[in-house]
Design a protein around this ligand. Structure first.
Ligand SMILES: NC(=O)c1ccc[n+]([C@@H]2O[C@H](COP(=O)([O-])OP(=O)(O)OC[C@H]3O[C@@H](n4cnc5c(N)ncnc54)[C@H](O)[C@@H]3O)[C@@H](O)[C@H]2O)c1
Length: 249
């Protein structure tokens, strides 16, 4: 179960963190993988790790804030002969409390996390619909399901993704596509490391997770592989929490 042999995938923000782990897990499950990140960010580390999988790999520069780069990048991902799986992982979090949020901070989050992911999905869907099969998976966050003080803009952008997958999943189901998101709790990556080094913040986070530990990038990647698989055919327009129980209480 959960094999992806013969499938081709595109992962955004794949240079590091969750995106790198997702690319590795997709390849280990049998998929050929197009890894992408902003053009000035090196994908060499991810490509080197992927080499062991024996799958075909292509590196693409896609800044998801740029529609032309999205169009060219998604087209290039077809390089493998078709695109089956897209993982909208690229995202930013620049926390500011509500009273300090600037219009620029608001726009940066929505341009990357929501607008970027939406247009990657739209471009990919145009290729998937004629083929009658596709999996579009966003990395949302538990922050889209609950409010976390100090990050109103990030939480709003992730909540928007959760609404986006509900709507696109319903629109595109008749074409054989599913659109879902994975909502992780805290994982130690470049995005979170600094905040998690603060003992008070770490204690707050661990105190909220009934499992008593952070998630790992591999926990998140496993959920993505599941949603990408044939076995998840009837899982659509929903969000799978990987949060050790945080959002259940
Ligand atoms: N780490 C966590 O605790 C956590 C929890 C929940 C959700 N997430 C989400 O998971 C995703 C990955 O997070 P991470 O922790 O691996 O972060 P990270 O900062 O370690 O990696 C993010 C990657 O996205 C890339 N990126 C940023 N802006 C981009 C753009 N405009 N175009 C293309 N690529 C861009 C970065 O270059 C980087 O390689 C994000 O969407 C994040 O919101 C993370």
């Amino acid at each position: 179960m959960f094999r992806l042999d013969g499938r081709t995938a595109l992962v955004t923000g794949a240079a590091t963190g969750l995106g790198q782990a997702i690319a590795l897990a997709l390849a280990e499950a049998g998929a050929d993988v197009a890894i992408s990140d902003k053009p000035d960010v090196s994908l060499d580390e991810t490509a080197e790790k992927l080499a062991a999988s024996g799958r075909r790999v292509v590196k693409l520069g896609i800044d998801v804030r740029d529609l032309e780069q999205i169009r060219a990048g998604v087209k290039a991902a077809e390089h493998f002969g078709g695109l089956d799986i897209v993982v909208n992982n690229a995202g930013i979090n620049r926390p500011l409390v509500g009273l300090e949020v600037t219009p620029e901070n608001w726009d940066d989050h929505f341009a990357t996390n929501v607008r970027g992911g939406f247009f990657v999905a739209q471009e990919a869907a145009k290729m998937m619909i004629p083929r009658g099969w596709g999996r579009i998976i966003f990395i949302s966050s538990q922050s889209g399901l609950i409010g976390i003080p100090g990050q109103p803009v990030y939480c709003s952008s992730k909540g928007a993704i959760i609404q986006l997958v509900r709507t696109l999943g319903v629109e595109w189901a008749k074409h054989g596509l599913t659109v879902n998101s994975v909502a992780p709790t805290f994982v130690e990556t470049n995005l979170t490391r600094k905040r998690l080094e603060n003992p008070e913040f770490r204690a707050f986070v661990l105190g909220k997770i009934p499992a008593g530990k952070l998630a790992t990038a591999e926990d998140v990647a496993a959920a993505v592989v599941y949603l990408a698989s044939d076995e998840a055919e009837m899982v659509n327009a929903t969000t799978l929490s990987v949060d050790g129980g945080w959002t259940a209480w």
